[in-house]
Ligand binder design. Structure first.
Ligand code: ADP
Length: 569
């Protein structure tokens, strides 16, 4: 018996979305079809568990096979299956989502998380690669099996089939243009990419390619540190062990699970924004999470799984999406809570990890005001003697000795311990404390802190002479006379090709003068160096660059000046 008919399409809402599929990666067809097979398998398991199906469940593995000669890709499951009537209902009416109906029907008994498809058109992505698609299916009620075939037009044909086992085979007759998919290696790659953690076993080429029970689906209480570390290796086989991790598990007001790992961040870290993997009900969606996770959190590694992140919508929509915003602030809060807990539980260990944690926290503070509020009590400042202070502790420590006439406390810092050694020594003689701020982000971090910490200003230890730095009335004896100083300044201005140079006396025996750049100018340069852009001072005269970069520094510089002064005399 054969029946012919016309597929009814609710074009208004479907075509724009199908187009979206068509314009994005073709390989998504496999994700969609395997997801359908997973859904069908979850459904039969569900029916068995609530006593609506009493037969043998049997082997529930989903099998994918490529037949190069026949030019087909077949996806087979032993799921719920479909009768001819059901195929007509679920497959033909593409605007009608069987998944939605199933959810309605079993609302009370099932967990929505278990059902992937909700759009009602995943199946049709098959036509992105196939010129003809067959559905051969037998349902769990043991009704006669059926075979449906369609060439992507609105015409279809449905006939009886002799399929004996429960379940569905989707046979794709791959089109000439998509012949690249008739390749075992390619299909394996796609399966591993999207299906690595699907909840039902997927067999390809004789092997199961997935881990159906990844740790984020389990309760933290069932898991040991080893489990987390093992999973990290599964995600990033070549990664160094992470420092710690956060297990996310939210049911309300949105659904979110996942494990985020805190990596060891190197001083010269490269921003790697492709580390966190986004899943929806264990189906891989993307590792480009920039619209879902705040920028500084993208330094984290791991997995987020949320069915509440809309997947097939534009970026601007995503950014405005309420759930995405809530997820963002939830993750930010969780990360801050974890850091705060680590800080409180073992400050020593926290300090030891500060090199990694610090970069992350600084990035957070620079880019997210809310994060600053959460982090301000555990953010640490480190001085050149390797002592750590919270903001409050540090203020208390240096306030008595480093507050200027305007009641502003000056935080002195060095960003190159070796080159600035003479300045550091001379500041120490005056019992000033010096912070070490030599991370790539510190220029921005200092700017952020100046706008947040009240009555605090940062000055690099060599940016002006110490009495000026703290703006106190201290008389300094210079080894150079006023006359010599003026001459030296003249030489330097010519050498550097700018009037920005000042020569100042230093209160130290070893270094009679210092060449200084105003603090603001230094900072510009430092920040430019990380952003790599040629900015305001990009074309600074060579001489000045040499001096400010310390190619002539300390003793050499001193000698150079003295020699120059002598020549003049
Ligand atoms: P969605 O999965 O988003 O509901 P699809 O277009 O992918 O939409 O599929 C439509 C419907 O067809 C599904 O909801 C399901 O009822 C049915 N279906 C698709 N594939 C299978 C399958 N392998 N086994 C059983 N039913 C299926």
């Amino acid at each position: 018996m054969a029946e012919k008919g016309t597929i009814s399409i609710n074009t208004e809402n479907i075509f724009p979305i199908i187009k979206k599929f068509l314009y994005s990666d073709n390989e998504i067809f496999l994700r969609e079809l395997v997801s359908n097979a997973v859904d069908a398998t979850q459904k039969i398991k569900k029916l068995a568990s609530i006593g609506e199906f009493n037969g043998e469940l049997g082997d529930l593995k989903i099998k994918v096979a490529v037949d190069k000669d026949a030019k087909t890709i077949t996806i087979s499951d032993a799921g719920i299956g479909m009768s001819a009537e059901e195929i007509k209902k679920y497959i033909n009416q593409i605007a009608f989502s069987g998944a939605k109906e199933f959810l309605e029907k079993y609302k009370e008994k099932t967990d929505t998380k278990e059902i992937i498809g909700q759009f009602g058109l995943g199946f049709y992505s098959a036509f992105m690669v196939a010129e003809q698609v067959e559905v051969i299916s037998k349902n769990y009620k043991d009704e006669p099996a059926a075979r449906w075939i369609c060439d992507g037009s609105t015409e279809f044909e449905i006939t009886d089939s002799d399929k004996a086992e429960r379940g569905t085979d989707i046979v794709l007759h791959v089109s000439e243009e998509s012949a690249e998919f008739l390749d075992n290696f390619k299909i394996k790659q796609i399966l591993e990419k999207y299906g690595k953690f699907l909840p039902i076993e997927i067999e390809f080429d004789g092997n199961v390619i997935n881990n159906p029970n990844p740790i984020w689906t389990k309760s933290p209480s069932e898991l040991t540190d080893e489990d987390y570390l093992k999973f990290y290796k599964e995600l990033y086989p070549f990664g160094e062990d992470p420092l710690f991790w956060i297990h996310l598990n939210v049911d309300y007001p949105f659904n979110l699970t996942g494990v985020l790992y805190f990596p060891k961040i190197k001083k010269d870290f490269q921003l790697n924004r492709e580390k966190i993997q986004l899943y929806s009900r264990q189906v891989f969606i993307t590792d480009d999470v920039k619209n879902v996770v705040p920028e500084f959190l993208q330094l984290l590694h791991g997995v987020i799984d949320s069915p509440d992140i809309p997947l097939n919508v534009s970026r601007s929509y995503l950014q405005a999406d309420g759930n995405v915003k809530k997820i963002n602030s939830h993750i930010t809060k969780k990360v801050a809570d974890k850091l705060s807990e680590l800080y409180k539980n073992d400050r020593k260990a926290f300090e030891e990890k500060w090199e990694s944690i610090g970069l992350f926290v600084k990035y957070g503070i620079i880019s997210d005001d809310k994060f600053y509020d959460r982090a301000k009590d555990f953010t640490l400042l480190r001085n050149i003697d390797n002592q750590f202070f919270t903001f409050d502790e540090y203020k208390e420590k240096v306030k008595p000795n480093q507050t200027d006439k305007n009641e502003t406390t000056v935080y002195l810092y060095a960003n190159d311990k070796a080159k600035q050694d003479a300045y550091i020594e001379s500041a120490k003689k005056r019992e000033y404390d010096i912070l070490l701020l030599d991370d790539v982000l510190d220029g921005h971090f200092i700017n952020a802190l100046e706008s947040k910490l009240e009555k605090v200003t940062f000055k690099r230890v060599d940016s002006e002479t110490l009495d000026k730095l703290i703006d106190k009335d201290i008389k300094i004896e210079s080894v150079l006379t006023e006359d010599e100083k003026t001459k030296a300044e003249g030489i330097f201005k010519e050498f550097a090709g700018t009037n920005m140079v000042q020569i100042e006396a230093l209160p130290t025996d070893e270094l009679p003068v210092s060449i200084v750049l105003p603090e603001f100018m230094r900072r510009w340069k430092d920040m430019q160096a990380i952003s790599g852009q040629a900015g305001m001072f990009g074309d600074m005269p060579l001489g000045l660059t040499i001096v400010s970069q310390g190619m002539l520094s300390g003793n050499d510089l001193t000698k150079f000046i003295q020699r120059s002064v002598e020549t003049l005399q």
